[in-house]
Design a protein around this ligand. Sequence first.
Ligand SMILES: [Zn+2]
Length: 126
Amino acid sequence: MAPPNANAVKENMSTIPTCPQCTLENVYQDRDNYVCADCGYEWPMAGDASAEDSTASVVKDANGNVLANGDAVVLIKDLKVKGSSITLKVGSKVKSIRLVDGGDHEVDCKMDAGSFMLKACFLRKV
Ligand SMILES: [Zn+2]
């Protein structure tokens, strides 16, 4: 006697991809992840499309590293602060950044000279 949901399970099985690590098909579902029985590799079930959505608002530094609140960064070039005579020097360190929403200046930096909104592309994570 087959369980009533046998067909559903079978359909589900057929959508399981091969392992991106070892390319074998011995893959099973574990909650929201796929798990490869052969090499033990685990990856989320969410498709590429949703992964792109979630990276849309990610802020990256000059090297493409993802920045997060509280990260320490250094300036990779001199930045003149608009409306003032202050120039933030290349190599200046910011101990703890804060990411902000909107505009093209994504990073709020508290420095000795004050608090400035900077572009992530002029910063490097340390
Ligand atoms: Zn594998």
